[in-house]
Design a protein around this ligand. Structure first.
Ligand code: GDP
Ligand code: MG
Length: 253
């Protein structure tokens, strides 16, 4: 039988294998038409996580007429993450929303706290919130409305937050800083010789990745990087448990 050192070595191998295979993470954005959802999805995919291979820079955002999913495989510190972001037409728009799938588990989750999911299907891992969720107002992620000032965004109406993302964990450090003032931008601009994603206003260029300008980097880290850490932890725990059970069974044969 393997001693503790042997177990650690096998566990590390399993972990490395799982990391190489990668993870899947699905996000869906919902909200009124014109909030900036599609722009925010594009910003997420064009921001520096994807710098090595920015998809379709400079393409203007058309109005979203149906559910539209974009998938990219990103790699962060050697871990592959298949990220699918589903953009949706605005609720209340006279547009076909037929493709909404309702899973019984999602309905259950809507009634309770949203839970992180790791599945190989296309299920949305942040379940859609079809309306203001009790207790989530403090955790609302707010987009700066078109023409708004990122430093002084208007307070959301308590019953109608302009944009709502349910977040995975209540313990994450960034949650203390919610609501984030985020700016979405499809365009790149030249600033001091650097190419930056930003929104040109009459006061200057608001750079989406500049924390002095807006909190988009916090939102991205919360959605992607911290989730990746959760997935790493889950892998470690699950594989360790599985391995332990197998070894215990074998040792009793
Ligand atoms: P959607 O209907 O929610 O998908 O909204 P869009 O992404 O199509 O954006 C609607 C309009 O708002 C477009 O003209 C965008 O350029 C603009 N917009 C998007 N994000 C921002 C933002 O952060 N700030 C400002 N000022 N305008 C934005
Ligand atoms: Mg749209």
């Amino acid at each position: 039988m393997l001693g503790p050192v042997g177990i650690e070595a096998v566990l590390d191998q399993l972990k490395i294998k799982a990391m190489k295979m990668g993870f899947e993470f699905n996000i869906m954005v919902v909200g009124q038409s014109g909030l900036g959802k599609s722009t925010m999805v594009n910003t997420l995919f064009k921001s520096k996580v994807w710098k090595s291979n920015p998809p379709g820079l400079g393409v203007p955002t058309p109005q979203t007429l149906q559910l539209h999913s974009v998938t990219h495989v990103i790699e962060e510190k050697g871990v592959k993450l298949k990220l699918t972001v589903t953009d949706t037409p605005g609720f209340g728009d006279q547009i076909n929303n037929d493709k909404w799938e309702d899973h019984p588990e999602d309905a259950a989750e809507r009634d309770g706290a949203p839970r992180a999911q790791h599945t190989s299907e296309g299920r949305v891992h942040l379940p859609p919130q079809l309306g203001p969720h009790p207790g989530l107002h403090q955790r609302a992620v707010r987009a700066v409305p078109a023409g708004g000032d990122p430093h002084h965004p208007p307070a959301p109406h308590p019953r109608h937050p302009r944009a709502l993302l349910c977040v995975l964990r209540t313990t994450h450090w960034a949650l203390d800083r919610i609501p984030f003032a985020v700016v979405g931008a499809d365009r790149e601009h030249l600033v001091d010789g650097r190419c930056v994603l930003g929104r040109k206003t009459k006061w200057g260029i608001i750079e989406v990745e500049n924390m002095a300008h807006c909190e988009f980097p916090l939102l991205r880290d919360l959605l992607i990087r911290s989730h990746l850490q959760d997935l790493k932890d889950i892998t470690h725990n699950v594989h360790y448990e599985n391995y332990r059970v197998i070894r215990l069974n074998e040792s009793h044969l």
